[in-house]
Design a binder for this molecule. Structure first.
Ligand SMILES: NC(=O)c1ccc[n+]([C@@H]2O[C@H](COP(=O)([O-])OP(=O)(O)OC[C@H]3O[C@@H](n4cnc5c(N)ncnc54)[C@H](OP(=O)(O)O)[C@@H]3O)[C@@H](O)[C@H]2O)c1
Length: 276
């Protein structure tokens, strides 16, 4: 039986992208971020290090960098500290090539107080197929498996904060996707029989050059579909009015706006964010 083609509309939810492209997202303001705690996973990358600089200017309370290289994370924090003495910069280690490391990182998040927004923005683009010590192809593990594991482990905490008794808005979880989903989606084929594992197929070390080139897009598609399904299973977000209280004196902080934002209590879960 030939492998089943996946409709492009399924892999590449054009409508969701269009909706988000047309939506008028307000630029981030101190009113939205003041007193907030934000966690950037992949903070040392090009996009999130820029996000770190923007957030530092928004009267944020705490900025946590989730990084695989703590020295690099601290170096980023050191460039920001002189101008932003009021921001508490923290650097936490996470190696997305290691499920053990992801579990430790999730435990740190779960042990910490409220984190208002979490952004996942780590990435790699390998030219060769490389396997992690967990036995997975690196791109697949970093983009999808480790991110999914992290989300699953912290979801109960995020959901608990969705029902914050003090009226704080739900936590925002953002996952940076990529327009490579579009170029890759025509090549996406499901296994011929249900017995074959699609993850197993993507995990082949002997992948052809084309398949290797598409691996980043395949992993992004999987992660997007997984997130979309996860969000579809969550109860709708409670109506969020102005906050009744926050840790800062400015009490009416609306929900932070971020591209590709999805609240753990929201049904919104299209892919979004910057695209390569
Ligand atoms: N740049 C674009 O044009 C573009 C376009 C579309 C989508 N995106 C998406 O946007 C996000 C950010 O992209 P970017 O261009 O800013 O990425 P980048 O500059 O390549 O940075 C990637 C980040 O991922 C981290 N990372 C790599 N391997 C890791 C691992 N094993 N564990 C933990 N972290 C690891 C890197 O850490 P080190 O600093 O230690 O290497 C770095 O912080 C990604 O999700 C990417 O897919 C980017």
């Amino acid at each position: 039986m030939p492998p089943a083609k996946v409709p492009t509309s399924e892999a590449y939810p054009l409508k969701a992208w269009r909706r988000q492209a047309k939506s008028k997202l307000a630029p981030p303001t101190p009113a939205a971020y003041e007193g907030k705690t934000v966690l950037l996973v992949g903070a040392t990358g090009v996009i999130l290090s820029d996000a770190a600089r923007i957030l530092s200017n928004l009267k944020i309370d705490t900025l946590i960098f989730g990084v695989r290289n703590v020295k690099k994370g601290e170096a980023l924090a050191d460039t920001l500290r002189p101008k932003h003495a009021d921001v508490d910069f923290k650097t936490w280690e996470i190696d997305l090539f290691s499920f053990e490391s992801v579990k430790k990182f999730a435990a740190m998040i779960n042990d910490y107080g409220r984190i208002d927004a979490i952004v996942m923005g780590s990435a790699i683009m390998n030219e060769e197929t490389k396997m992690t010590k967990d036995g997975w192809e690196e791109t697949l593990q970093l983009v999808h498996l480790s991110a999914a594991l992290l989300f699953a482990l912290i979801l109960p905490k995020l959901l608990a904060h969705a029902e914050d008794p003090t009226g704080l808005p739900p936590v925002v979880l953002s996952n940076v996707s990529s327009l490579s989903i579009r170029s890759t989606s025509p090549f996406l084929k499901l296994p011929a029989t249900p017995a074959e594992s699609y993850l197993g197929h993507l995990n082949r070390a002997d992948a052809t050059a084309t398949e290797r080139r598409n691996q980043y897009g395949y992993a992004k598609i999987l992660q997007t579909c997984w997130l979309r399904d996860l969000c579809a299973r969550l109860p709708p977000a409670p109506a969020t009015g102005p906050s009744r209280s926050t840790r800062s004196t400015r009490a009416s902080a609306p929900r932070p706006s971020a591209s590709s934002a999805s609240s753990p209590r929201s049904s919104c879960c299209g892919p979004a964010g910057p695209s390569r």
